[in-house]
Design a protein around this ligand. Sequence first.
Ligand SMILES: Nc1nc2c(c(=O)[nH]1)N[C@H]1C(S)=C(S)[C@@H](COP(=O)(O)O)O[C@H]1N2
Ligand SMILES: [Mo]
Length: 506
Amino acid sequence: MLGGVRSRTYGAIAGITAAAAAIGVAEAVAILTGAATAPLVAVGGVVVDAVPAGVKNFAVDVFYTYDKLALLVGTLLLLAAFAAVTGALATKRRLYGYAGVGIFAAVGIAAALSRHNAPWYAFLPTLVGAMAAAGVLYLTLRPQPAESGYTYEQRRWFLRVAGGTLAGAAVVGFASRWWATRRGVQAERAAVQVPAAGDSASALPPQADAQLPDLAPFVTPNKDFYLIDTALVVPQVSPADWTLRIHGRVERELTISYDELLKRPMIERYITLACVSNEVGGGLIGNARWQGVRVKDLLAEARPKAGADQVVSRSVDGFTAGTPTSVLLDDRDAMLAIAMNGEPLPIEHGFPVRMVVPGLYGYVSATKWLAELELTSFADFDAYWIKRGWAAKAPIKTQSRIDTPRDGGEPKAGPLVIAGVAWAQHRGVSKVEVQVDEGEWQRAELLAVPSVDTWRQWRLNWTATPGKHRLTVRATDNGGQTQTDAVAPPDPDGATGWHSIEIDVR
Ligand SMILES: Nc1nc2c(c(=O)[nH]1)N[C@H]1C(S)=C(S)[C@@H](COP(=O)(O)O)O[C@H]1N2
Ligand SMILES: [Mo]
C-alpha cells in the first residue's frame, strides 16, 4: 500500500507543478492582455464582489492592502489543494488530470470575461496557462508511475521536470507581475503638468498645525494617506486614453478628454476624506489639498433632467458610487480632482481623475479611476456598497480622536498636552471637549482651519497626576450638535461613540 501512497504523492506534486505553470504562464500573457485578465486577479475580484451581505464587514476589511494579499495567497492555496487532489487522481487515470485543467480553465475564463469592461481576449491568459498545465501533466505523469512508484531513472526525470517547472513558473510569474506594475502608467503620470488653479486654496492659516509628535499633521502627506478600494490590482489608466462620459438622464451627453479637462477652470481646496468603515478612533481619514474641475460646471453643461436625483460615478473597474445630484450642484466644492497636494493624483488614489466631495463618506462620492458620471435616480440604481447593505445616503458624522498621548501610553507626571483631530465636514467643528476620568468636560483650544470642509486639530494643557487615567473627547459641530455617545458600528452609515483612551501616568 506504501507504493500507492508514493505514486499519489508524485501525482500531487505533478498537479501542483502544473498549476504553478498555469499561473506563471498566465501572468506572463497578462502583461499583454492586462493584469485584470490574469486568472488569479479575475477570480479574486469575483470573490471580493461576491462576498454576501451577511459578511459585508469582512468585505470591508478586504479593502486593506494586507487582506488583498491574504485573498491572493488564499486563492493560490485553494488552487494548490485542488491541483494536488487532481494530480493524485491523475495517477489512476490521466483523464482526471485533464478534467482538472478543464475546470481550472472554465473558472478562470468565466471570471476574466465577467469583469467590468473585459476585453474580448480576456480568456487568453487562462487558456494559454491551461495549455501549459496540460503539457506539464503530460510530461510529469509519463510514464505512469507504477503501484510501487517510480524507478530511479523515472524519479530523476520527474524531479527535473517538476523542479524546473516550479522554479521557472515562480520566476516568470513574479517577474511578470513586477514588470506589469513597474511599466504601468508611472511615466505618463510623471509627465503630467498640473496647471495653476485659477481659484486656488485659501492660504493655510499658520496656526492650523500644532506640529506635535504623534498628532496627525493638518495635511496628510500622499504617502501616508489611507487607501481603500476593491481593486486587487491598481488600475493603470493612461491620460491619453482617459475620457469621461456624462450621460443618462441629461439633456446633452458629454464626453471629455484629459487634455480638455486640464484646460477647464480649476479650483483648489483642502478637503478631508473619510471612510465609512473608520472605527471610532481609527485612521481611515486624511486631509489633502485637492485640485480639479467643479462637478457643478460639468453638470451645468450636461443639464440633468428633472427627477435625476442621483449621480452615479463609475470607475474603469466597474466600482460605482451614488451621490445626490443636489449635493453636486450646491455651493460646496465637489470636484473631479487631478492633483493631490500639488502632485498629479497618485495612481493608487485614482490617477488620472477621481471625484472628491466635501462632507460625504468616500463610498458614496470619492470614485477613483473615474470613467463615467451617469445621471439616474436613487429609486432606479443602487451603487456598489448599497447593493451590499450600506446606506444610500451617507453624510460624514461628527467625530473626534485623541492622537496624543497614545492609548496605553505611560507619560510622565506633570504638564502634558492632550491633542487630536475633530471633524464634521461641511458643517465645521465649533467645540471640542475633553474629560479626564469622571471629571468636568474641559474645553480644548481649537486650531485654525481654512474652511468647514477639513478636520481640525485641537489641544488641551493638562497637569498629569500619577496613576491610571481615562481620557475621552467629544466634538460639537457649527450647527450646535454634539457628537453622540451612543456606540454604533460603521455598518450601515458610519460609526458613532466617543473616543476614549487609557494611560498610566508615571
Ligand atoms: N474605483 C474605486 N473608487 C473608490 C473605491 C473603490 O473601491 N473603487 N472606494 C471608495 C472608498 S470606500 C473610499 S473611503 C475612498 C478612499 O479613497 P483613498 O483610497 O484615496 O483614500 O475611495 C472611494 N473610491
Ligand atoms: Mo470607504
